[in-house]
Design a protein around this ligand. Structure first.
Ligand code: ACM
Length: 263
C-alpha cells in the first residue's frame, strides 16, 4: 500500500485558509493512507477558551470533516488529521480517521502537553484500533502520547499495523524515540509534524518538523526537513507488521512475562 506523511504550517486561527491550503496539497496525492499533523486546521497556541471554541468543530458536521471526507472519497484514500473537537461545552485535542467509503472514527488525545491542559479536556475514549482502506488496521495517538510507551503498546497489542501520529512537536526527543516505539512493537509509524513558530503575549513555540515514516524495525523510510511544507509518499508492505518474531526462539509479544510487570 501507499502511505503519505504531510508536513504543514497552519496559520493560527485561520481555519478556512488552512483547510483550503491543505485540500490543495491533498488533491495532488496518490495514496491509500494520508496522515496530517495535530491541530492542522487551527494552529496550536491558544490564548483563551473563547478563541479555541471559535475554531473547534464537531464531527461529522464541521467544515474540515466535510471537505476532507469529500477528498477521501474522490481520491480514494483514508485520511487522518488533527483538529480541535467541539463536544458540548468541552473541546478535545482530537484526530479523526475518514475512509473513502465515508466511515470514520475519532481519537481524543489522552496525554495533554503543557498549556493544552488550560483549555482542552483530556481524552475519554481510550486507544482503539480502526479499519482504514482495505481493512488495514491503524491506531491513532497524538504528539505527546509518544512519551508514554503504553500508548503505542496498547495499539500494537490490539492489532495496529500502522500507528498514525499527528503531532505538533516542540521537544527534541520524539522522532528518535519513535524508532523504539516502532521497533519494540514491530509496527510502522507515521509521525506527521508541523513546522514554523507561533507566538502569543506570554508564550512562544518552535515546532520541529522532521516528519517521518518508520518501519517495524525502526528504520527511517522517509524523513522531511525541519522547515519545509511538503508531503512524502512511499510504498510499504503493511503485512510485515503482523510478524512479531525476533529470532527462531523469540517473539516480541509472546515472550512478554506479564506476571513480572507492574504497570
Ligand atoms: C505536543 O504534544 N503537542 C507537544
Amino acid at each position: 500500500m501507499k502511505v503519505t506523511v504531510v508536513q504543514f504550517q497552519p496559520k493560527l486561527l485561520a481555519i478556512d485558509e488552512n483547510i483550503t491550503r491543505l485540500a490543495a496539497m491533498l488533491d495532488k496525492i496518490d495514496s491509500d493512507l494520508v496522515v496530517l499533523p495535530e491541530l492542522a486546521t487551527s494552529g496550536y497556541l491558544f490564548s483563551s477558551m473563547k478563541e479555541l471554541k471559535k475554531v473547534a468543530e464537531s464531527i461529522p458536521d464541521g467544515s474540515a470533516f466535510k471537505r476532507f471526507a469529500k477528498l477521501a472519497k474522490e481520491r480514494d484514500f483514508s485520511i487522518v488529521y488533527g483538529f480541535p473537537e467541539k463536544c458540548g461545552d468541552k473541546v478535545f485535542n482530537s484526530s479523526v480517521l475518514i475512509n473513502p467509503d465515508g466511515s470514520y472514527n475519532t481519537y481524543r488525545k489522552i496525554h495533554l502537553f503543557d498549556r493544552e491542559t488550560l483549555y482542552f479536556s483530556p481524552g475519554d475514549k481510550g486507544f482503539v484500533v480502526q479499519n482504514a482502506k482495505n481493512n488495514v488496521k491503524i491506531g491513532m495517538m497524538i504528539c505527546f502520547d509518544w512519551q508514554f510507551p503504553e500508548a503505542a503498546r496498547t495499539l500494537a497489542l490490539a492489532g495496529a499495523q500502522i500507528i498514525c501520529h499527528p503531532s505538533n512537536l516542540v521537544l527534541p526527543w520524539c522522532q528518535e524515540s519513535m524508532k523504539l516505539r516502532s521497533l519494540e512493537n514491530r509496527v510502522f509509524s507515521i509521525t506527521a509534524n508541523r513546522t514554523g513558530k507561533e507566538a502569543i503575549a506570554d508564550a512562544e513555540l518552535n515546532f520541529t518538523g522532521c516528519s517521518q515514516i518508520l518501519s517495524p524495525l525502526g528504520d527511517i523510510l522517509v524523513r522531511l526537513s525541519t522547515d519545509e511544507e511538503n508531503t512524502a509518499t512511499i510504498e510499504i508492505d503493511e503485512t510485515k507488521a503482523l510478524d512479531k518474531r525476533i529470532s527462531e526462539r523469540n517473539d516480541a509479544f509472546a515472550d512478554r512475562r506479564r506476571e513480572f510487570y507492574r504497570l
